[in-house]
Design a protein around this ligand. Structure first.
Ligand SMILES: Cc1cc2nc3c(=O)[nH]c(=O)nc-3n(C[C@H](O)[C@H](O)[C@H](O)COP(=O)(O)O)c2cc1C
Length: 188
């Protein structure tokens, strides 16, 4: 059996830590990752976390440039289990909602949907305008999952790290990564 294979897209929304933590955790769980980060994504990873492009790319099994539209993940014949865009801008959300594969990230998302594989968009903006909301509906109608990184406080988190980890763990469980361990509510 081949290892689980996950495509990770990082775009220029706030919350670069989600993409980085996802890559770290996937590696720890033995998941093969294919990373595509947009230029704005690279900018935000540096701005919010102080990580360079090389440091980011080193966290993935394989990193692809957004202009590399001939990369393996641009084709449905390359089997993957799921794709997560973490974080996902309103611009990339709009591109996915309209089937616009204008770069490798949006092409890979389009392929993920056409192959009926799991696509999770960790959308980040506030507040939302009507275009954002309509685009989220479109992606949901196509089978994608809109997963804004909204933390839950009922586990009484002690740090931001804990909040981020729990969100990432929930996403990993959602894309059926074995041994992902989101906290479970046991009742009051
Ligand atoms: C510091 C910073 C924070 C940003 N945060 C967001 C955000 O939370 N959500 C969003 O949709 N766009 C955000 N943007 C704007 C996007 O980066 C911009 O629209 C960009 O063109 C998106 O391109 P991409 O989807 O190809 O990464 C932010 C930009 C900067 C510089």
């Amino acid at each position: 059996m081949r290892p689980r294979r996950l495509i990770v897209g990082i775009t220029g929304a706030s919350g670069a830590v989600y993409g980085v933590r996802l890559l770290e955790r996937a590696r720890a769980l033995g998941v093969e990752t294919h990373l595509v980060a947009t230029p704005a994504g690279i900018l935000n990873v540096h701005h919010e976390l102080g990580l360079s492009r090389n440091e980011l790319e080193a966290l993935a099994t394989q990193a692809h440039a957004p202009g590399e539209v001939g990369a393996c993940i641009a084709s449905g014949s390359f089997t993957t289990d799921a794709m997560v865009i973490a974080p996902c801008t309103m611009k990339t959300l709009a591109a996915v909602a309209h089937g616009m594969g204008d770069n490798l990230l949006t092409r890979a998302a389009d392929v993920t949907l056409k192959e009926r594989r799991r696509l999770v968009l960790m959308v980040r903006e506030t507040p939302f305008n009507l275009a954002h909301l309509r685009n989220m509906v479109s992606v949901t109608e196509m089978g994608g999952i809109i997963f804004p990184p909204l933390p839950a406080f009922y586990h009484r988190p002690k740090s931001i790290d804990e909040l981020v980890n729990d969100t990432v763990e929930r996403v990993l469980a959602l894309v059926h990564i074995e041994h992902a361990q989101p906290q479970q509510w046991q009742g009051l």
